[in-house]
Design a protein around this ligand. Structure first.
Ligand SMILES: *[C@@H]1O[C@H](CO)[C@@H](O)[C@H](O)[C@H]1NC(C)=O
Ligand SMILES: *[C@@H]1O[C@H](CO)[C@@H](O)[C@H](O)[C@H]1NC(C)=O
Ligand SMILES: *[C@@H]1O[C@H](CO)[C@@H](O)[C@H](O)[C@H]1NC(C)=O
Ligand SMILES: *[C@@H]1O[C@H](CO)[C@@H](O)[C@H](O)[C@H]1NC(C)=O
Ligand SMILES: *[C@@H]1O[C@H](CO)[C@@H](O)[C@H](O)[C@H]1NC(C)=O
Ligand SMILES: [Cu+2]
Length: 345
């Protein structure tokens, strides 16, 4: 009897993560993230339905940037912090926490039973043909079992296109799929007094050129966290490719939602793109886990490469969406803050 009650109380203790936080790992049966194409059709529909469900739940930010629903709470949180979370040492882990929190809300608020899917664009990118449209993976952009396709074509002004990007093919509202115009709304008004619809502006050469496997391999071959982080984002320019820019500008282009750094989480594909970048980070970490579960670096202030660097106790803040977490906590996808895995890894 005494032993039985001892075991029972130990069992209860281990269930209360707070008491033992830091001592015992509370991550059990982590949801396994899969590539979009690995999902069965009904699983794809369940995911898309859960995203639409988020947009039907109340905002949790108190109307930050005029957010009116829970989907927009995420967009507004990213929008507000945009100037502080890119070209910094905490870029990849900020977005890891953000994406995992989105996944958690899909599961807890909208009854989604799967894990956050990702889009491995390197599977589709052509190394020899910048104009290939095969990179717009047909299953991902499908109107019924995917996220819908391009926006209609809209001319852009010189002012709207400061990098003079060529090869634009869209720019208007998305015309089909579950997030088409009239079905799905962003939290801010779009330029020119047009509706606050989701926009896409495919630029094939950017997606083919930035999403190549050879570039992924380059990022994953870096020796330490600081150089990994820098290779991941590269420079804010289109003269050198970077895998982070692939999904953003290959899909969002100049006028599209995903190409606008503040608004980008307004496109549900943001989370599949960033989930893939997170998989790249995790693959890189797994090459030397003892070291790479406990190593960070890179500037606190954007592009301030000689200045103060982030450390393991640096705190990530995603506003009202979740409590602060340290970079050390976020380095572990299967720890006491995060709990997910990648199928097949
Ligand atoms: C929020 O909405 C108000 C009223 O429509 C508007 O004046 C303000 O600019 C909006 N704020 C943001 C950040 O979009
Ligand atoms: C794709 O476009 C980039 C940028 O213009 C260029 O540097 C690269 O050579 C092109 N690749 C191919 C295979 O045409
Ligand atoms: C884009 O073109 C304008 C006008 O020709 C030029 O002033 C500007 O420097 C160009 N921008 C880039 C990033 O090349
Ligand atoms: C931050 O890290 C970079 C790259 O390792 C290094 O060059 C720089 O000196 C560091 N900054 C400080 C203040 O130590
Ligand atoms: C959360 O982290 C931010 C820095 O990213 C810090 O300014 C803030 O004070 C922290 N909040 C709490 C409640 O610790
Ligand atoms: Cu971002």
């Amino acid at each position: 009897m005494r032993f039985a009650s001892l075991f029972l109380s130990l069992g209860l203790l281990s269930l209360s993560g707070e008491t033992l936080a830091g001592c015992v790992n509370t991550c059990r049966n982590p949801p396994q993230r899969k590539e979009w194409r690995e999902l069965r059709k009904h699983e794809r529909l369940e995911y898309l339905e859960a995203v639409r469900c988020l947009a039907s739940k109340p905002d949790v930010t108190g109307g930050l940037e005029n957010a009116t629903n829970l989907y927009q709470s995420f967009q507004a949180t990213h929008s507000q912090q945009t100037p502080d979370i890119h070209w910094v040492g905490h870029f990849a882990l900020w977005h890891r926490y953000f994406t995992a929190t989105y996944e958690k809300y899909l599961r807890e608020q909208c009854g989604y039973r799967g894990a956050q899917p990702y889009w491995n664009w390197a599977l589709d990118a052509s190394a020899t043909d910048n104009s290939s449209m095969a990179v717009y993976n047909a299953e991902l952009f499908d109107a019924r079992y995917g996220f819908g396709g391009n926006g209609y074509f809209v001319e852009s002004t010189a002012e709207e296109n400061p990098f003079n990007l060529t090869g634009r093919t869209g720019g208007g509202c998305v015309k089909d799929g579950p997030f088409r115009e009239g079905q799905f709304f962003l939290n801010v008004k779009q330029p020119k007094g047009q509706s606050d619809c989701l926009r896409r502006d495919f630029i094939p050469w950017i997606l083919n050129y930035f999403a190549r496997q050879s570039l992924v391999n380059h990022v994953e071959s870096q020796d330490d966290y600081t150089s990994f982080a820098r290779a991941l984002e590269n420079i804010p320019s289109f003269t050198q490719p970077n895998i982070h820019g692939s999904g953003h500008f290959g899909v969002g282009g100049v006028l599209g939602t995903l190409g606008n750094s503040a608004l980008s989480p307004g496109d549900p594909l943001f989370y599949l793109h960033h989930c893939n970048l997170d998989r790249v980070l995790w693959q890189w970490q797994r090459k030397d886990l003892p070291k790479r579960l406990h190593q960070v670096g890179g500037p606190v202030t954007p592009m301030d490469y000689g200045g103060k660097n982030v450390t393991l106790d640096f705190e990530i803040n995603i506003g009202k969406l979740a409590p602060n977490a340290t970079l050390e906590e976020l380095l572990n996808p299967q720890g006491n803050v995060l709990c997910y895995g990648y199928h097949g890894l």
